[in-house]
Design a protein around this ligand. Structure first.
Ligand SMILES: [Zn+2]
Length: 350
């Protein structure tokens, strides 16, 4: 298994844990709600004052656990990305071990481990804003949405005398198909009542009606981006890396933009994925062994441009993709992430 395949497996493991957080929330809420006398109005937590505090405690716990899970797993994959790069660079160096002075070799090796200590950059990454929002803001939004999701699911699921376990099961079942749930509750209470109470069921483009799905997507995306970002910083900071190649995953089956954009890119091309859920991975393009040997023996640390392998621009297929999609891109409200991230470098093309 390659490190990138392992990275995907690790993400799936984290997502299973995050899945459990929502289950915990549903269980806690079901336990509280099942003891309440129903009013016949559309279900809202605020109409049940005896449990208001406990409900907000449960939601706060969900928020805190989701947020700290994302931070923890982001750090894990940040470190994993760093370790992967260090290993590849050290292996590459090991191939020329007998051909350079022992001292120079040690200096090079030390440089690799020094670069891997980029803790400040991890903090900046975890606190960054994407669009207008930080991860913390996004987790708050998801928690608010989860509250409304639960109210609507409970409205449909709860009947007096049922057990908390049954209620929890029914809530989860209801939230698996938010569209159907929404229609049922609308038929029961009428359109007007429901639409006032269910803003979160009309989220914007690219957002799920299910808070839980949004949580999983946010987590997956953050954790993957952390891995890529750590990798990117290492690629940029090491002179022996002279470019990057973005490859299709072996699991890639359906032809899409990934096929059209794969190829060799400059090392400072900021890349984490082509699209949400993209499984492409990158490899580093390094100086040749003979270049490295000559350089080290001359006590030099030449810039990447000096290498015959240096990648100076985006590939031709990137240009054709851009011109083929120009019209569609101009109509879009938000540009793909990789275009935003490389705006300066691609200025002459955009
Ligand atoms: Zn892809």
């Amino acid at each position: 298994m390659t490190p990138d395949e392992r990275h995907i497996k690790r993400i799936n493991r984290y997502l299973r844990k995050i899945n459990g957080l929502f289950d915990d929330l549903v269980r806690d809420i079901a336990l509280l709600v099942v003891k309440q006398r129903l009013t016949g109005k559309i279900f809202r937590f605020r109409d049940y004052q005896k449990i208001t505090t406990q409900v907000s405690n449960a939601l706060n716990t969900y928020h805190d656990n989701l947020f700290s899970s994302i931070q923890t797993y982001t750090k894990y994959e940040w470190d994993y990305g760093n370790a992967k790069v260090s290993e590849i660079l050290a292996e590459n160096l090991a191939k020329i071990k007998g051909k350079v002075s022992g001292l120079a070799y040690d200096v090079k090796l030390k440089e690799i481990s020094t670069h891997s200590q980029n803790k400040k950059a991890l903090e900046a990454f975890q606190e960054r804003k994407k669009g207008k929002f930080t991860v913390s803001d996004r987790v708050w939004n998801i928690t608010k949405q989860a509250k409304e999701n639960l109210e609507i699911a409970i409205d449909d699921a709860l009947s007096e005398g049922m057990s908390a376990q049954d209620l929890a099961r029914k809530i989860k079942h209801n939230l698996n198909d938010p569209d159907k749930l929404f229609r049922r509750v609308r038929d029961k209470h009428g359109n007007l009542v429901l639409s006032k109470n269910a803003q979160s069921f009309h989220p914007g483009q690219g957002v799920y009606r299910s808070a839980h799905k949004n949580a999983l997507r946010l987590a997956a995306n953050e954790i993957n981006t952390a891995y890529r970002e750590a990798e990117q910083l290492r690629i940029m900071s090491n002179n022996d890396v002279v470019g990057q190649k973005i490859n299709l995953s072996p699991q890639h089956k359906v032809y899409d933009m990934c096929d059209e954009l794969q190829g060799s890119y400059p090392k400072d091309f900021n890349w984490s994925s082509w699209h949400v859920g993209c499984k492409c991975f990158r490899t580093m393009i390094l100086k040749s062994q003979s270049e490295l040997i000559t350089e080290i023996n001359n006590s030099q640390n030449l810039s990447p441009e000096a290498s015959a392998n240096f990648v100076s621009g985006v590939p031709d297929n990137f240009h054709s993709w851009l011109s083929e999609n120009r019209e569609t891109l101009e109509k879009r409200k938000s540009k793909p992430y990789f275009l935003e991230e490389n705006k300066e470098k691609l200025k002459h093309l955009l």
